[in-house]
Design a protein around this ligand. Structure first.
Ligand SMILES: Cc1ncc(COP(=O)(O)O)c(C=O)c1O
Length: 440
């Protein structure tokens, strides 16, 4: 390799040594953020940041104005109701009908401090419904923070990389694991962070049927709602609808994040929707930890209560106004976020022109969609080596091994912080990288 890099190698290696992790391939998203910040400070070179899914778009004025009004109306002085403010609950219920074609009463729609809190609360209850069950099964690759939540809570989890079990192959693998590992809940994201594959109705039906058969609770993580841009799921009350397991089982819960689809990450407000059956389900073993044996009561009045005692009023009013505009057909969120799809397309081309390969390159035989993330590798390097080497070129990402992927050669790249203006610089740096490594 020639010495021609964007950041001095010795400086990069020195700072890397200061980090608490031994292998950069195991570093969490926030640790990579810290590393890239340190390298920027020390070298004066701006990093091309692909490690964290920070929404790169502006929040709609509809939400801002509603938040400001709520502030002026004096809500900052008051505790918010633990189950969420009524206007938000009503709009979540309408949203679920309009965009998933699922009927659900506002009574089963809740505000959370982001989906991050929603999954924590759900794990706290779903994993304690049956003393003979072990815990959650992650259909991976997935969002590493959820595994951290499980570890911090002291639970067990199982996971498998779904890439080799797509379509009808999913049934056998999933059923074996549910039985063998005594699974209480299943979590997956759809579209999938990090691979951007999307489960089909056939696969969701398999998950739903097995959940019903084995009394498993499904946690469907819709963090990237409507962002499989191959289809347009954004017309209220009109098909196609965002595919959901709720069509195939009553054992569903859903997390709908506002962070990405509505660029509302900073306000930490998300939606949690629980089926009527799951909410009212009684599990005697819950009484070991909760005041009642009822799933929904334990979830809202115990788990959510102890986590944050509710969600601040103003973001709830902001999100309620935004959802109302979306439900009324006055604001189409897809028109904004489709920008990520355009960026992904351009970035994938730059990567592949410079010797990189897509790791998860197809979705049941079709090219994987362009969206918020994509996965890349470089021939001859492990994921850790690639991540390390890219640091010298001022590029940061996370290793796929932290996502439960079996593909240890790969990285997850997030498109959100790479605006059009940065594409020429990405191209310049990757060209240099390729020139230096192509003789490997
Ligand atoms: C798959 C997945 N689930 C959940 C979340 C958390 O979302 P929120 O910002 O609503 O807490 C993210 C955020 O990146 C995610 O990628």
């Amino acid at each position: 390799m020639k010495a021609n890099t964007v950041i001095d190698k010795n400086t990069a290696d020195r700072i890397l040594k200061e980090m608490p992790f031994k292998d950069i391939g195991e570093a969490s998203i926030r640790e990579i953020v810290k590393l890239a910040n340190r390298l920027e400070e020390e070298s004066g070179v701006k990093f091309l940041r692909m490690e964290m899914g920070v929404p790169g778009l502006k929040v709609s004025d509809i939400a801002l104005e509603a938040e400001i009004k709520a502030f002026k109306d004096g809500y900052a002085a008051k505790y918010a109701p633990i189950q969420g403010i009524q206007p938000l609950k009503n709009e979540i219920s309408r949203f679920v009908k309009n965009f998933l074609d699922i009927d659900i009463s506002p009574d089963y729609c809740f505000a959370t401090v982001g989906s991050a809190q929603g999954s924590t609360a759900l794990f706290m209850v779903a994993n304690r419904t049956d003393r003979n069950k072990r815990g959650v099964l992650f259909i991976d690759p997935g969002f590493p923070v959820q595994k951290l939540q499980i570890k911090v809570l002291g639970y067990d989890y199982d996971s498998f990389d779904v890439f080799n079990y797509r379509g009808s192959k999913l049934r056998k693998k999933l059923e074996e694991l549910i039985i063998e590992r005594r699974i209480s809940s299943i979590l997956y994201s759809n579209p999938n962070n990090p691979t951007w594959i999307s489960f089909t109705d056939e696969e969701l039906k398999i998950i739903g049927e097995l959940a019903t058969k084995h009394n498993v609770i499904v946690i469907e993580d819709l963090a990237y709602f409507g962002m499989d841009f191959r289809k347009d799921y954004s017309k209220p009350g009109e098909p196609p609808y965002q595919p959901t397991v709720a069509k195939y089982t009553d054992n569903w819960t859903m997390l709908i994040s506002s962070s990405k689809a509505f660029s509302y990450a900073g306000q930490r407000v998300g939606m949690m929707v629980i089926s009527e059956k799951v909410f009212n389900w009684r599990f005697p073993d819950l009484k070991r930890f909760y005041a009642t044996d009822q799933f929904g009561h334990s979830l809202i009045y115990n788990a959510l209560y102890i986590l944050s005692a509710g969600v601040s009023h103003t973001p709830q009013y902001g999100l309620a106004a935004l959802l109302k505009a979306v439900n009324d057909g006055e604001y189409n969120y897809r028109d904004d976020v489709i920008e990520y799809g355009k960026r992904a397309k351009a970035m994938k081309k730059i990567f592949s022109d410079n010797g990189f390969k897509l790791v998860y390159d197809n979705d049941l035989g079709e090219p994987v969609a362009d969206g918020f993330y994509f996965t890349v590798s470089y021939p001859g390097m492990t994921g850790s080596e690639l991540l390390h080497n890219l640091l010298y070129y001022g590029i940061s990402a996370i290793a796929l091994q932290t996502t439960g992927s079996e593909r240890t050669e790969g990285l997850r790249a997030c498109v959100s912080q790479i605006g059009e203006d940065l594409l020429p610089e990405l191209e310049r740096r990757l060209k240099l990288f390729h020139e230096n490594f192509s003789d490997l």
